[in-house]
Design a protein around this ligand. Structure first.
Ligand SMILES: [Zn+2]
Length: 316
């Protein structure tokens, strides 16, 4: 018995598309036709034609195929659309699976990374807060010690201020008047001159300098303008030391005109006054002049004996 095949629209699309005809009857092969295929030359015959005419004749044999081969490729005709669809589906499924797997791996990594980052951040924050606490403690201690130091400095400043005040008061109440021992312009000695002064406030002559040209006793006296002796001092002066500092300590509480007179045999240094008595006046005292007569207060030709006269103000 020969194999026969019924032409199917789905299974045999190429036969239908080619408008294949039965080679004997020239009838167009269509869906539902029962056909036989020569096993050797693969020619497709209507079943009746094969059975009645071509069996044993075509290629001198009687065998037929179980299916219609694809004449172009010589392979079994299979529904290409369905096969293609399966392939596409399979490929799509594979792709989707890979994509899904990829996504899962990506998400997992993302989650993992995020988790690790969060954990690291948490540890960092913990460390930082610990550090911060330590720093705060340290700064607190520092601030405490700085405050202590500040207080100490404030106290030091207070005591220094009071010392400075006292020093200021001392320096304010101590003055110097008269010619300077370093600014002399001759080398003459005599012993008969008086120095006239005018005071405007209560003051005390603390000390002054004289330069003798021999060693001897010297007496310096202070008189008021009425020739009344106010105070005096006797000292031993030496020529070999040059300028002798004498602490006279003459107190002059009442403002007025006074003069200094020296007695004894020791000549003292004097020099010329070049035009003015600039160094001999301030707001407290004025050196009026030097002369050998109590009637000539303002004689200023020479400057006799008393240099760098230091005085201080008498306060009640
Ligand atoms: Zn044949």
């Amino acid at each position: 018995m020969s194999n026969s095949i019924i032409i199917n629209r789905v299974k045999h699309p190429s036969i239908l598309a080619d408008h294949r005809v039965d080679p004997v009857t020239k009838k167009l092969l269509k869906v539902g036709d029962e056909v036989c295929v020569c096993a050797v030359c693969k020619t497709v015959y209507l079943k009746d034609v094969w059975k009645n005419t071509m069996k044993g004749k075509c290629c001198k044999q009687t065998k037929t195929l179980l299916c219609i081969p694809n004449t172009e490729y010589g392979v079994k005709e299979t529904p290409p659309v369905i096969e293609k669809s399966y392939k596409t589906h399979f490929l799509f499924f594979l792709l989707a699976t890979f994509l899904f797997l990829g996504l899962i791996i990506y998400w997992y990594n993302l989650y993992n990374n995020e988790h690790i980052q969060k954990q690291n951040l948490y540890f960092d924050i913990k460390k930082l807060s610990e550090k911060n606490r330590d720093k705060n403690k340290e700064y607190g201690n520092k601030i405490d010690s700085l405050e202590k130091e500040n207080n100490n400095l404030k106290n030091s400043k207070k005591s220094l201020d009071s010392v400075l005040n006292r020093l200021n008061n001392i320096s304010k109440s101590t003055f110097c008047i008269g010619k300077n021992i370093h600014e002399t312009n001759s080398d003459s000695y005599d012993q008969n001159y008086l120095m006239f002064l005018k005071t405007y406030v209560s003051l005390k002559i603390d000390n002054l300098y004289v330069k003798p040209n021999q060693n001897d006793y010297l007496i310096i006296e202070l008189y008021n303008e009425f020739n009344v002796l106010i105070d005096s001092i006797e000292v031993y002066v030496k020529s070999n030391i040059g300028w002798n500092k004498i602490d006279v300590n003459f107190e002059i509480p009442n403002p007025g005109v006074y003069y200094l007179k020296r007695t004894g045999n020791v000549p003292l240094f004097y020099d010329k006054v070049s035009g003015n008595y600039d160094s001999c006046v301030d707001s407290n005292i004025k050196i009026l002049g030097c002369s050998n007569s109590i009637n000539e207060y303002y004689k200023r030709e020479y400057y006799q004996y008393y240099y760098d006269i230091h005085y201080s103000l008498l306060t009640e």
